[in-house]
Design a protein around this ligand. Structure first.
Ligand code: FES
Length: 162
């Protein structure tokens, strides 16, 4: 095992769940595209929302980034499937980091996942202004840019998953 990578990270990295993208123009899809300025890694996350239930019934991602970023997005897709937008909007990067046992220097990778889901939710609401508004107060929703102070470190040479 490489230093800094827990086996859960390696599992998601080697077998990423729900990789892909939805075809353009789907009104029920919200897209989040975010980047980490510190390392240049990029994550795209898309959710498809069932209008009747208000729940996320499908979710896909594409991440160009380090193993922790790929694992974070892969895990996130499993986590948010079946959630309401309210629930998904409350996910914190620390939830992801804890599940994947990310070391402190890799916390910003899980931050990408939190930003991506918030950005996807906000995009969905923008496209569907008539759908019941979600209470995202205090969650930092709709913040497209990521503020990262942590330096890129040796444990994560960037790798393309896709
Ligand atoms: Fe930047 Fe992981 S997202 S090193």
């Amino acid at each position: 095992q490489r230093r800094g990578y827990h086996e859960k990270v390696l599992d998601h990295y080697n077998n990423p769940r729900n990789v892909g993208s939805f075809k353009k123009g789907d009104q029920d899809v919200g897209t989040g595209l975010v980047g980490a300025p510190a390392c240049g890694d990029v994550m795209k996350l898309q959710i498809r929302v069932n209008k009747d239930s208000g729940k996320i019934d499908d979710v896909v991602f594409k991440t160009f980034g380090c193993g922790s970023a790929i694992a974070s997005s892969s895990y996130l897709t499993e986590l948010v499937r079946g959630m309401t937008l309210e629930e998904a909007g409350k996910i914190k990067n620390t939830d992801v980091a804890k599940e994947l046992c990310l070391p402190p220097v890799k916390l910003h990778c899980s931050m990408l996942a939190e930003d991506a889901i918030k950005s996807a939710i906000s995009d969905y609401h923008k496209k569907n202004p008539n759908v019941r508004a979600t209470d995202l107060s205090g969650t930092g929703a709709a913040i497209p840019d990521v503020k990262v102070e942590i330096e890129h470190t040796s444990s994560g040479s960037p790798a393309a998953a896709i």
